[in-house]
Ligand binder design. Sequence first.
Ligand SMILES: [Zn+2]
Length: 306
Amino acid sequence: MIFTHAACLAHEPGPGHPESPARLAAVLKALAAPAFAHLPRHAAPRATPAQLARVHEPGMIDAIHRAAPTGSTIRLDPDTAMSPGSLEAALRASGAVVAAVEAVNASSGSQARAFCAVRPPGHHATQGASMGFCLFNGVAVAAAHALAECGIERVAIVDFDVHHGNGTQDIFARDARVLYVSSHQSPLYPGTGAANEHGVGNLVNLPLAPGSGPASFRDAWERVGLPAIDAHAPQLILVSAGFDAHRLDPLANLDLGAEDLGWLTRELVQLADRHCEGRIVSTLEGGYSLTALEECTHAHAVALFC
Ligand SMILES: [Zn+2]
């Protein structure tokens, strides 16, 4: 299944901003390939106030609503901007992941896999603050929804975006029901995600030095990341699918190709089959090379759906 919404193209951080509408267009172009013609496509609903409030402080949610401009683009911080279309895009981006969780929870096997082609991204948004191009933390909203509403007791959130998902870690650092496993370049924005950040035993951080390539990426996941997911025995796997660990990405310096992210996706599908009756929901996070976004989306979706 694919969840998306045209509103996600109307979030305009401004000329020259790397988190551009063209990113989602590249992702949708990849998903238009004949290989994916069989997939059901759903319009993403808006996340509700109650869904957002499970992971974000009321003041933070209010601040985004109050900041939403009617005219020109405004900045929440040096990286994070809102245009008139941004609030609607952010509500649909989080709502997509929630709806995808509900849909896969009612399915099993190969029907229980979903990808959310949405923006803005979410994994840097903390309980109390939007940051790093992210307004609401969609993957966290969806994980909290699964725990509260879907009869799910253990979730794994897998984050292979090249940046550490500090927001997701912040939200679940004291919640042993949620395992958060992230590989990311270090040092790099936002500076969190050291290997010794363990939470309550539910955080697994796999920092990779600048220039790291397929061998160190696959080794970290094979030795540490994938076994941790296996041991957690999640009933649902959520994926923060950022495609900025690709070697073409202009904001980072890892040396991965689309085939490496496809490999990890296949490993995650196998874990979902083993523990989750197949249930896996992936959502777009970062990725700032349009060429890499298209290639990586294709590889990720082939691994999920073909
Ligand atoms: Zn990123």
